[in-house]
Every structure is written in C-alpha cells, then in structure tokens.
Ligand binder design. Sequence first.
Ligand code: ATP
Ligand code: MG
Length: 536
Amino acid sequence: MIIVSDVTKSYGTRILFESVSVKFSPGNRYGLTGPNGAGKSTFLKILTGEIEPSNRGKITRPKRVGVMRQDQFAFDNEKIIDTVMMGNAPLWDALKERDALYAAGEFTDPIMERLGDLESIVADENGYMAEIDAAEILRGIGLTDDRHNDLMKSLPTDYKFRVLLAQALFGNPQALLLDEPTNHMDLDGIHWLEAFLQEYDGTMIVISHDRHFLNAICTHIADIDYETVIVYPGSYDDMVEHKMQAHTRMEAENRDKAKKIAQLQEFVSRFAAGQRSSQVQSRRKEMLRLAPTELKRSNIQRPYIRFDQNKAPSREVVTVKGLNKSFGDNHVLKDITLEVARGEKIAIIGPNGVGKTTLLRCLIGELRIDSGEIRWGHGMDKGYYAQDFADQIDRGMSAIDYLMQYETGEGYEIIRGLMGRMLFSGDEALKLTDNLSGGELARLKLAQLMIGKPPVLVFDEPTNHLDLESVNALGEGLSLFEGTVFVVTHDQDLITDVATRILRLSPGEFLDFHGTWEEYLEQYPLLEREHHGRKG
Ligand SMILES: Nc1ncnc2c1ncn2[C@@H]1O[C@H](COP(=O)(O)OP(=O)(O)OP(=O)(O)O)[C@@H](O)[C@H]1O
Ligand SMILES: [Mg+2]
C-alpha cells in the first residue's frame, strides 16, 4: 500500500497539484494519467522519494518499491544479469565491494570486519539466491540462459526495456512504478507487457498515454487534473466518461445557480432602499449560499501544429536504387528501391529491430550505405525528428533560447507566438530545457521543425511521449502539410490521418503499398491482437 497524505507540488507560481490525499492498494493496477506537463513523472518521483513535496505532505511506502527506469542506454556496458541484480541497490553495492575486497587479497582486521558486515547485508538481502532469482525473471521476460551474460548493448531496444522491467521486479517489490513503459515497444511487445503486468499482485502504478494499453491492464485510473489527483475505479475510458459527466453536471448546476442569483439580485436592487429590508437581507444571504462552485480549468489543451515549406521544390523528391545496408553479418536492408514524389506521406511500419530507423538514417545521410544509390532532388532539405531526439536538445538554456538558435530572421516575437501555439505561453517559454517533461521536449522539437520549414519531414516514432491531444494535432498538421513526409510509427490512428503510402519492413521482406491505411487493411487485414489505436 502507498499512502499519500496532503501532498502539494508547485514550481514557482505554477501549482501541479495541491493537498493530494490518495491511497494505492495492493492487487490494484493504477494508470496515472494527465496531459503532457501535468506532473505525472513528478508525482511518481514523489512516491519513490526521489523528489520532495513542496509542503509538509507525507508519503507512506512499503520497504521495497520497484521502479522501471527510462534510460535505455544507462546500462549498455553491463551484463544483462548484472543489470537485473542492480535493481536491489544495497545488495548490489555490497556484492561489488565484497568481491573487490576478496580480489585485493589483503585481509587486515578492519577489512575482515568490513567483510563480515558485507556478508550480513548479502544474507539479509537474500544475496545467495540473487543470480538464480535474476535468471528466473530473465526467463520470464523471454531471454534464454545463453543470453544472460551478454552485454545490454547487444539487445534490441524493446528487449532492453524488458530487462529494465526485470530490474524493477528484482527482489519482489511490494510496489511497482512504471513511467511510460510502452514507448519503445512494438505491438507484440505491448501485448506481452500487458499479459506480464496482469500477473503482478502488488501495488502497481503505471504512467501511459496509450489508452488501449491502459484499458487493457488498469483496475483504476489516478488522473492528474484540476490541480489535484482523483482516483476513479475502472478503465481509462470509464474515467473519461465519468470526468466528462461530472464536469457537465457541475456546469449545469452553476448555470442554475447563476439564474437564481440573477433573480435574487433583481429583487435586492429593486427593494434595497425600501421597507422590505428583512426580505432583502434573507435574499442576500441566499445569494451568498448559492455562490457557484469554482470550476478549476482543466489542463487539457491542444497545440496548433502546422508545417510550411520554404520554397516550392522540384517534383522528384528522392530516388533510391538497390540500397543495401548491413551491420556485421546482419543484413538489415536488402535491395531497396523506391521513388518518392512531392506531397507523398509515407508511413513506415514493421516490428522492433527490423531496420526502420536504419532506413531513415540512410535516407537522411546519417549512415553510410553498403551499396546502391540514394539521390535527392534539388533543394530537398530534411527536418529530422529522431527517436532519441530528447538527448539532442541542448540543456542549460531556456526553451525560447533553444528555439532562437534555429530562427531564420523571424525575430523573437514571432517565435514567442509560435511557442504560445505549442503551449509554451508566458513564463512557460522561459523554462529551462533541463526541466521540461517528455511531452514538453517533444513539443519543443516539433516547434523547431516548424521554424525550419523544410520540404521533407522525417519522423521516427513521433508519438512517444505525446498526449492524445498532441498526437491528434500532429496528425492534422502532417495531413495538411504540402511537402513530403516519412514517418515511422506504431500509431495506427496517426497512419490513418496522414499516410498516402505504406512501406512495410519485416525480416526478409519489403512491401511498398501505394494507398491509404484503409486501403492497405483491405488487402492485408491485421490480426485481431494488432488492433491498437487511439480513437474509439
Ligand atoms: N525543476 C523544475 N523547475 C521548474 N519546472 C519544472 C521542474 N521540473 C519539472 N517542471 C515542470 O513541471 C511540470 C510537470 O512535469 P512532469 O515531468 O511531471 O510532467 P508529466 O506529466 O510527466 O508530463 P509528460 O506527459 O510530458 O511526461 C512540467 O511543466 C515541467 O516543465
Ligand atoms: Mg513524464
């Protein structure tokens, strides 16, 4: 059980949530929701104790809390099995220190004493079983024993995240906290995760913007909005309906109240100076009693995303002939040939690790190809939104200063206006890039692409981190764009909104389909479990 009592968090004048008191019980799976920047990651970090509330609010948490980390590169040079064991930090530190002392081979009295202490930590933490336990979890996430001693960097992205999940689960935590675990997973991975998490019987809290995922696993939703956290029983869809009804009801009540107040007010103004003073008094009281409930504004907002292109470019955008690309003996892209004309919107789909990012990086010239040809038309500047774009945004400067680096004569005011449309209004534009949430960083990167006005936009998984409103806005912006788009995505609704052509990569196969997603589905119906989209 995790108990939150009277917790407030604010940054400067901005209140994220105020006097929150909620309970998270074992056996329940809570989805933590709210738009980008609502304070979900912040709330989770308060739950783990990584950051403090702004007031004297309190958190009661179980002894062991497993947290799934976001940084997929952090353990690249560690062995897979070690990465899992690091999930129990006191144990891991003790094991490391013990091994180092034995290796040094110097057994003075103080060192022997220290070794004794370390052995008792290892015993307390069930350290003699650690490797066996870790191996067991690894088998559970689908990694056979022969892989356990490989380095993390040898794994494809989705498996790295599975290992990070294993790390969080190591040592049987009574609570499990996950921040956007599906971001780097393809549909198979997401379905695997859903089934896996259903088995967990402690207290689970998971942040996600994927409503299908939330509907599949959550027993409750904890929603951050109206400057507080409200727990609703049921799925994500139940929460949205409940929330809308509550809001409509409150608005209707307020309208009724306002009408009554107006009538009373009329009576009061008419007779205030007259002889019916007691009646006027009682009506005044009644008016005070009726004061409408103050409706806090919901923080759900939609950015306004539009991409223009600088110059009218030539009709031929790019011609690819016989492209081959291998990494070692892994022949990722085989003999790819393709011609792209102006205005085409190309969705690139396929499972994790199949080479979608590699294709994009070859196209924009970031990777050298082994053989074949890629010829871009004249003036085809490319705007690239990388999968790990967040690492490429300079830190230690304000959001507006970051964007001003890319300004091409528009000037401060225009950029400020653009930022407002991307939901960085007022002081929000002055925030440090270090402090921005995942979704805010994504909006900043999109704003950067909007300033550049390139005729070709290349996106690698742009919907990761973005909330539903922003994904819709991106779909609208891309479908109205007159230039050419390449977009790698698992989001079927984005593909529906945008794509005029589908490239499907799968191991050993390359399909180039000229048509929309609807037309594609007529020819290649998806398996039932692949249905994953954001709209109902
Ligand atoms: N140290 C800080 N100083 C000022 N503002 C901060 C700081 N840390 C976070 N913020 C702001 O607090 C808000 C909440 O951030 P948080 O990362 O919790 O959002 P989130 O709900 O997880 O969003 P996302 O869905 O984009 O991940 C954001 O607007 C963020 O910019
Ligand atoms: Mg977050």
